[in-house]
Design a protein around this ligand. Sequence first.
Ligand SMILES: Nc1nc2c(ncn2[C@@H]2O[C@H](COP(=O)(O)OP(=O)(O)OP(=O)(O)O)[C@@H](O)[C@H]2O)c(=O)[nH]1
Ligand SMILES: [Mg+2]
Length: 391
Amino acid sequence: MFVDRVEIYVKGGDGGDGVVSFRREKYVPRGGPDGGDGGDGGSVIIRAVEGLTNLAHLSFQRHWKGERGYHGQGSKKHGRSSDDCVIDVPPGTIVRDRERGHILRDLKVAGDSVVAARGGRGGHGNTHFKSSTDRAPRKRETGEIGEERWISLELKVIADVGLIGLPNAGKSTLLSRISRAHPEIADYPFTTKYPNLGMVAFEGEGGLVVADIPGLIEGAHLGHGLGHEFLRHVERTRLLVHLIEAVPIDGSDPVENYRTIRGELDHYSKTLSERPELVVVTKMDLTGARESAKRIAAELDREVLTISSVDGSGTPELISKMIELCRSLKVNDAANETVAPLDPTNVDEERNAGSSRVGARSERAEAAAPDAGESIAPQANEIVGSIVETV
Ligand SMILES: Nc1nc2c(ncn2[C@@H]2O[C@H](COP(=O)(O)OP(=O)(O)OP(=O)(O)O)[C@@H](O)[C@H]2O)c(=O)[nH]1
Ligand SMILES: [Mg+2]
């Protein structure tokens, strides 16, 4: 099962309560207040880790809660803070607040993390409230309530190059030829059902991450086929490589096929349709391919590369061209267009929300019941491999 969108409920653990307690010891008259503070509740943290390929593991558990902090005790003993609850997701996961819709964080690389629900802070015990005028305070704070919200997680894989084209155009075959990925390949349409990632290694630093997505068909934007749903996985690429079958098996016109895909891109988003594109005519080993490629180049009036994944012709040139173009395109081009970075207003909103809770904390300081005190947290030089996974 491949899951790239999921909604989960997160709640930080509540803070432990502070206590009211007084030192009671033989030969120590008027021992004074000694109520300890409560411990902090555990936060819920979302973290990107290498090795995960989709969000399927979250579709079975929708509620994630941090543990609550322990209460304080007498003799100035503080309650233990609870550990954070950490949820692992694949790099490329965008974390949004479901209700307000803003992005909490775009977890682009392994190691990125975000606090989705902060745990409440522990309340102060009565020791904190002693003063020259109040030597025996009966005041303490209850623990802060942990933050809670529904969040939506959306995976948009991060790749340098996205392969697009009609089903059977030879996308997966090309990926398997230029990388170590092993996508499923067959001579029927919609062989690829989920995105595949492969790393094209080359001399010198780094490599290129190439994403292969399910084939697009006419009307994909209306829900036909599988492709439109997966276009988001090429949204964050720097370059699109558009594959066209030189001599389509179904007898269709390759130029028309090209225009069909362009139409679908236009329907999807302006940013994607304006993304730099390399046009590649595939299956050049077949009879009639050469003439067809010439006609395609003439009709489209643009440079067209030709390849055959069977005999390997044209693939080194294609790789060089991809590298050259990707180098000239800024790394963050694609990402910044489609995924807004943390919105400063929202950050402020978040912070304000936080500080108002801190303010609320002193209001929670309360006179405890007399007996309350006695008992009581691109990866570029690694092989990415295929991200298709069966759960
Ligand atoms: N002769 C020839 N056949 C090819 C070439 N590249 C791919 N094929 C064949 O074309 C068929 C479809 O290839 P795929 O790589 O599965 O096509 P795809 O674009 O990934 O198709 P979907 O996953 O369905 O979108 C397979 O039978 C491949 O063996 C090529 O360069 N020459
Ligand atoms: Mg395929």
